[in-house]
Design a protein around this ligand. Structure first.
Ligand SMILES: Nc1ncnc2c1ncn2[C@@H]1O[C@H](COP(=O)(O)OP(=O)(O)OP(=O)(O)O)[C@@H](O)[C@H]1O
Ligand SMILES: [Mg+2]
Length: 346
């Protein structure tokens, strides 16, 4: 970058943030995704001092001594712990700032389409306190559709499903707007909780949140897949109180998460049922797109195809689709003006 470029860089500092229940990602205008970390903060219990943020803090979850607390400040897609979210945002915003500390960034934040006015205000206030100059928002399914390169401006029905850690959003988008949508506070976290509950009830085995997630990642599925595996897991026996190992099958885990997966399927069906007929006709041709970490669950595409009789396509990088879409919005503000929820409206 030349001198002039560096100079202009001082002033064109816009960022987009996907503040997720599981992961927070930051896109810097003209640069791309520069932060991709778990939404976890570790604090000293006595002074409240932040000792780790992101991946480092996530490895501490469930492993901390009394003096340290590792926590997830977002729940069900919205802020659960305001103060900690603000401190995490402050850390990420200043990290994304790099050399350009002169001006506070204009910030576009992705929010669930089911967010309430009160929750929106909490997002805006915490971003302002964390160092944003101006806060704009975009609904997550809209950002996901843009990130997936769907023709959101055209008069055609685009169906996008975003399955995150805390929320699942299904939306039909046409002419730069959301025509129908369903937002449920169910996602990957609930699958982890279901696995944890299953192991406790069936085997008297206690595992942590992290182990439950790793079981899902390794052998979890929504529909039978070829070459199903088994997995050896470790936990603590509820009755004996001692560490124990156990072998579990993919089939068992599929059963354990079936109800949660069923809620996601239902949300998709409900959204399709509410779709106006002209758009429904487009959808038959175009099919459904899905993004978000939860969409990576094995066989979920197949299950949804069987349930809806439509083709289901996963976006190329499911975990970054939303922030990449938000990044496209800040890179080309004029083109995407209509999809941004401005501060005055919130
Ligand atoms: N390969 C995979 N198979 C199944 N689930 C996965 C996989 N990879 C990630 N996940 C799950 O995806 C979820 C995180 O997805 P994502 O980062 O999109 O959520 P988020 O945006 O932080 O949450 P939300 O949008 O609900 O606020 C976690 O529950 C994680 O366990
Ligand atoms: Mg998300």
């Amino acid at each position: 970058m030349g001198l002039i470029g560096a100079f202009l860089g001082l002033f064109s500092h816009d960022i987009a943030i996907d503040l997720g229940t599981a992961n927070t990602l930051v896109y810097v205008r003209g640069e791309g995704v520069i932060i991709d970390e778990p939404t976890v903060v570790a604090l000293r219990r006595d002074t409240g001092r932040v000792i780790a943020v992101g991946l480092e803090a996530k490895t501490m979850l469930g492993r901390t001594p009394d003096s340290i607390q590792a926590l997830r400040p977002m729940k069900d897609g919205v802020i659960a712990n305001y103060e900690v979210t603000e401190r995490m945002l402050k850390y990420f915003i200043s990290k994304s700032h790099g050399r350009r500390r002169l001006i506070r960034p204009r910030t576009l934040i992705c929010v669930p389409s089911g967010i309430t006015e009160v929750e929106k205000r909490a997002v805006r206030d915490s971003a302002l306190h964390a160092g944003a100059r101006e806060v704009m928002m975009v609904y997550e399914p809209m950002a996901a559709a843009i990130g997936a390169d769907l023709p959101v401006h055209e008069p055609v029905g685009n169906v996008i499903i975003d399955i995150g850690g805390g929320t699942t959003e299904v939306a039909v988008i046409s002419l730069s707007g959301i025509v129908t949508n369903t937002s449920i506070r169910i996602g990957g976290d609930e699958m982890d909780a279901a696995i944890d509950k299953y192991l406790r009830k069936t085997y008297n085995l206690l595992v942590g949140e992290q182990t439950a997630e790793s079981i899902k990642l390794k052998i979890g599925s929504a529909y039978p897949v070829d070459g199903e595996q088994t997995m050896i897991i470790r936990g603590r026996d509820v009755v004996e109180g001692v560490p124990r190992t156990l072998e579990i099958t993919a089939e068992e885990i599929r059963q354990a998460i079936a109800e949660t997966v069923g809620s996601i399927v239902l949300a998709v069906r409900q959204t399709l049922e509410q779709t106006p007929p002209e758009l429904a006709a487009d959808i038959v041709d175009r099919g459904i797109y899905m993004a978000g970490g939860g969409s990576l669950l094995r066989g979920l595409d197949r299950l949804l195809e069987v349930e809806t009789e439509l083709t289901v396509t996963r976006t190329e990088k499911a975990l970054t689709t939303v922030v990449v879409g938000a990044g496209k919005i800040i890179d080309d503000g004029d083109r995407y003006r209509k999809v941004v929820i401005r501060g005055e409206d919130t």
